[in-house]
Design a protein around this ligand. Structure first.
Ligand code: ZN
Length: 276
């Protein structure tokens, strides 16, 4: 397992962590803090302008671990599925333009009015298969991120590493995994499924699970403030040969988003070295 106690090179900052910073502010803020990698969301890349975002990132020599995010495949009708595919193609083009290491995907949930989760999961499989055809042509790896089951209805009906591994087995080259501790820490099969994932793990996201969690989406904790065995999970991930970054991704409307993002960066760096 890698020693991070003096490291700053393996820390990446997900743009959600320093909301409301723009891409320009994220790039400048990380450069100023000595942080060498970022993981932006599409909204700030688009607000900056995709070409310009790529230039700013290259000018500071920043690594882009991944672009967040595409996916959301199920829809109520064919037009909706086609719109999702078109948007995913735009997302993968954006990922190429900013030099991202991967495009993170979440599955999507139930179409409006549906009670058919098996059907939604079939749509995810079919959508992924169709999208992979395109992503392979531009050589952008796709990182499927299983989300915690509490999001099965509205965000992602792929909720376990086992399910995500099954999809990788079926769909093959070009599809890998994003492991986000927030979503998978509780899984009794985590060790086995991370080992099974092996080289498929493309990107690794950290934060913490607070007790109590007051909001299903916007109350993630800073690493070290919750109950996730971060060191244990990182050891499992690194045992597969993963040598990439640890992306800090925190949605926190009532705490971290209310603080000075520059201070948040300092705390992320400290926690990266001491608890991640
Ligand atoms: Zn994530």
């Amino acid at each position: 397992m890698r020693d991070l106690s003096n490291d700053s090179k393996l820390l990446a900052i997900n743009s959600a962590t320093v909301k409301p910073w723009s891409l320009e502010q994220l790039v400048e803020g990380c450069a100023r803090a000595g942080i060498a990698a970022i993981a932006p969301w599409r909204d700030i890349v688009q607000a900056c302008g995709v070409e310009r975002a790529g230039k700013l990132i290259r000018a500071q020599n920043l690594t882009v671990t991944c672009l967040c995010r595409g996916g959301m495949f199920p829809a109520a009708d064919e037009a909706g599925r086609r719109a999702a595919l078109d948007d995913n193609k735009r997302a993968v083009d954006e990922a190429v333009a900013i030099g991202a290491g991967s495009l993170v995907l979440i599955a999507g949930g139930l179409p409006k009015g549906s009670r058919d989760i098996d059907g939604a999961r079939r749509q995810v499989r079919d959508g992924l298969a169709a999208f992979l055809d395109y992503a392979r042509t531009v050589k952008m790896p796709l990182a499927l991120e299983p989300l915690h089951p509490m999001y099965a209805a509205d965000r992602a009906c792929v909720n376990t590493m086992a399910h995500a591994n099954d999809l990788c087995d079926e769909l093959g080259e070009g599809l890998g995994l994003a492991v986000d501790v927030y979503h998978v820490w509780w899984d009794p099969n985590l060790r086995r499924e991370i080992a099974r994932a092996g080289k498929r793990i493309i990107t690794y996201h950290v934060c913490d699970w607070l007790v109590p969690t007051k909001d299903l989406l916007l109350d993630r904790g800073m690493p070290g403030d919750g109950v996730i065995g971060l060191r244990d999970i990182r050891a499992m991930v690194e045992a597969t040969g993963y040598d990439g970054h640890c992306d800090v991704e925190i949605f926190s409307a009532e705490n971290w988003w209310k603080r000075d993002p520059a201070e948040v960066l300092r705390i992320c760096l400290d926690r990266h070295r001491t608890v991640v």
